[in-house]
Design a binder for this molecule. Structure first.
Ligand code: UT7
Length: 404
C-alpha cells in the first residue's frame, strides 16, 4: 500500500479493522438450580457472588472446541463476506484446546477449507482473545497479512471438576470470532497492552497433562487434570489489573477515560467488573455485561460479548471501545478500538449457497487428503515400486492444485 504525500510516494499506514464477527454456543443450557442438584450450592449464592444465572454446556461429545470455533469463524467470515481463500491467518486463543498438538486453529482451518491460511493456537488463558487481537493487528500493520481471523473457543466443561463447587458453577462453553482486515482508513485496533505475572501461575491452573506432570493413574485419581483455582486471590489480582490496563491502553491511544463509549470486559464475575469500572469512574451504561447468560467462557467471553453488544446496538460508528481481560498465567490484556461499524457489503443472494458448498467441499477435501496419505503410506512400503511412485506424484499434484 503506497500513497502520495508532498509529491513523494510513501507507504500508507495500515489499520486493522474488525469487519466480521460471530459466536457459537452448544445447545444445552444449564441453570444454577440444576447445578444445585449436583453440588452444595444455590441459585442465590451463584447470582449474588458472580452474577451468573446460567451457562451453555457441550453435552454432545461431537461438539468440541474446534467445532464451536469453526461455527463462530464461519459467522464472522459471512458477516464480512470474505471468500475463504483470502484468509491469511487463523489465531485460536483457547484454554481448552482439543489436544496439546495439533493446534485447534489447524482443525478450524481444515474445517473451513482455508487452504491459504496459516494457523496456530495462543495460550494466555482468559486474556487470550485480546492477545490474539494484538498479534493480528501487528501482522496487518506490518504488511504480513491482510485478513486475520481471531477465534476464542472453549469447552471448559470438559476440564471442570463437576464435584468442585468453587469452580464448576463459574465456567461455560462457547466460541466467538472476529475477522480483522487491513484498511487505509484510520481506526480499528488503536493500541494494545499485554501483561503477565508468572509468579501467580499456581493460582489458576490445570496441574497435570502437560510435560511437567504427564498423565498417570495417580494424576487422574488425584483430579489433577481439572481446573484448580484460588478464587479469592484471582479476584484480588483482577480488581488490581483491570482498571490499570484500561487506563494504560487508553493513554497509548491518546484517549482518556471520558472518551470511552463502551468497555467490553472479560465476563468472569459481575463484582470484579463493577469494582474495576468504578475505579475508573465509568458509568454503568458504558460497561457491557452478559455473563448472566453464559458464565465465564474464558477466551470466548469478550468476542461473544462483542457480538451481543453489536446486536443490542450498543456500538455506533466512531465509538471508542476498550476490551480488557485477565486470566491464568497470570495474564492481563487490553485493547483500545475505534469502531468503524459494519462495512456494508451487500452480499449477493447466491453467496449463502456458495458458502455451504465451499464448506462441504472442505470436508470432502480433508477426507480425501487423509485417504491419500494412507494410500501413500501403504504403497510406499514396496520400495522402488513404479506404481506407488506414479500415484504419489499424482496425489502431490492434486494436493497442490486443490490449494490454488
Ligand atoms: O477468568 C478468570 C477465572 N477466575 C475468576 O475470575 C475467579 C475470581 N474469583 C471469583 O470470582 C470469586 O472469588 C468466587 C466467585 C470464585 C468466589 O466468591 P467469593 O466471594 O470470593 O467467595 P469465597 O471464595 O470467599 O467463599 C465464600 C464462601 C466460602 O465458605 P466459607 O469458607 O466462608 O464457609 C466458600 O466455601 O462461599 C463458599 N462457596 C460457595 N458456596 C456456595 C464457594 N463456592 C460456593 C458455591 N456455592 N458455588
Amino acid at each position: 500500500m503506497v500513497g502520495k504525500h508532498n509529491g513523494q510516494f510513501q507507504p500508507l499506514q495500515r489499520y486493522a479493522h474488525i469487519t466480521g464477527w460471530g459466536k457459537a454456543l452448544p445447545d444445552r443450557v444449564v441453570t444454577n438450580d440444576e447445578l444445585a442438584q449436583i453440588v452444595d450450592t444455590s441459585d442465590e449464592w451463584i447470582r449474588t457472588r458472580t452474577g451468573i444465572h446460567q451457562r451453555y454446556v457441550a453435552i454432545d461429545a461431537n461438539e468440541t472446541t474446534a467445532t464451536l470455533g469453526a461455527r463462530a469463524a464461519r459467522a464472522a467470515l459471512e458477516k464480512a463476506d470474505l471468500p475463504i481463500g483470502k484468509l491469511d491467518l487463523i489465531i485460536c486463543a483457547t484454554s481448552s484446546p482439543e489436544h496439546l498438538f495439533p493446534s485447534t486453529a489447524s482443525l478450524i482451518q481444515d474445517a473451513l477449507g482455508a487452504t491459504r491460511a496459516g494457523a496456530f493456537d495462543l495460550s494466555a488463558a482468559c486474556s487470550g482473545f485480546v492477545y490474539g487481537l494484538a498479534l493480528a493487528r501487528g501482522m496487518i500493520a506490518s504488511g504480513q497479512a491482510d485478513n486475520v481471523l481471531v477465534v476464542g473457543a472453549e469447552t471448559l466443561s470438559r476440564i471442570v471438576d463437576w464435584s468442585d463447587r468453587n469452580t464448576c458453577v463459574l465456567f461455560g462453553d462457547g466460541a466467538g470470532a472476529v475477522l480483522l482486515q487491513a484498511s487505509a482508513t484510520p481506526g480499528g485496533v488503536l493500541s494494545t497492552v499485554l501483561g503477565s505475572d508468572g509468579s501467580g501461575g499456581d493460582l489458576l491452573a490445570v496441574p497435570a497433562g502437560g510435560s511437567k506432570q504427564p498423565a498417570t493413574l495417580e494424576t487422574v485419581a488425584a483430579g489433577q487434570h481439572f481446573i484448580k483455582m484460588d478464587g479469592r486471590a484471582v479476584f484480588r489480582f483482577a480488581t488490581r489489573v483491570m482498571a490499570d490496563a484500561t487506563r494504560e491502553v487508553l493513554g497509548k491511544a491518546g484517549l482518556e477515560v471520558g472518551d470511552v463509549d463502551l468497555v467490553i470486559p472479560h465476563q468472569a464475575n459481575e463484582r470484579i467488573i463493577r469494582l474495576s469500572m468504578k475505579q475508573l469512574g465509568l458509568p454503568e451504561e458504558k460497561v457491557f455485561i452478559n455473563l448472566q447468560y453464559y458464565g465465564n467462557t474464558s477466551t470466548a467471553s469478550i468476542p461473544i460479548a462483542l457480538c451481543d453488544a453489536i446486536e443490542q446496538e450498543r456500538l455506533q460508528p466512531n465509538d471508542n471501545m476498550v476490551m480488557v481481560g485477565f486470566g491464568a498465567g497470570l495474564t492481563w490484556a487490553a485493547s483500545a478500538i475505534k469502531w468503524v461499524g459494519p462495512v456494508s457489503r451487500e452480499a449477493p443472494l447466491w453467496r449463502a449457497g456458495q458458502r455451504t458448498a465451499t464448506y462441504g467441499l472442505a470436508q470432502m477435501r480433508s477426507r480425501l487428503l487423509r485417504l491419500s496419505r494412507k494410500m501413500e503410506g501403504t504403497l510406499m512400503t514396496e520400495e522402488g515400486d513404479a506404481l506407488s511412485e506414479a500415484l504419489s506424484k499424482r496425489i502431490e499434484r492434486w494436493r497442490r492444485s486443490s490449494k490454488e
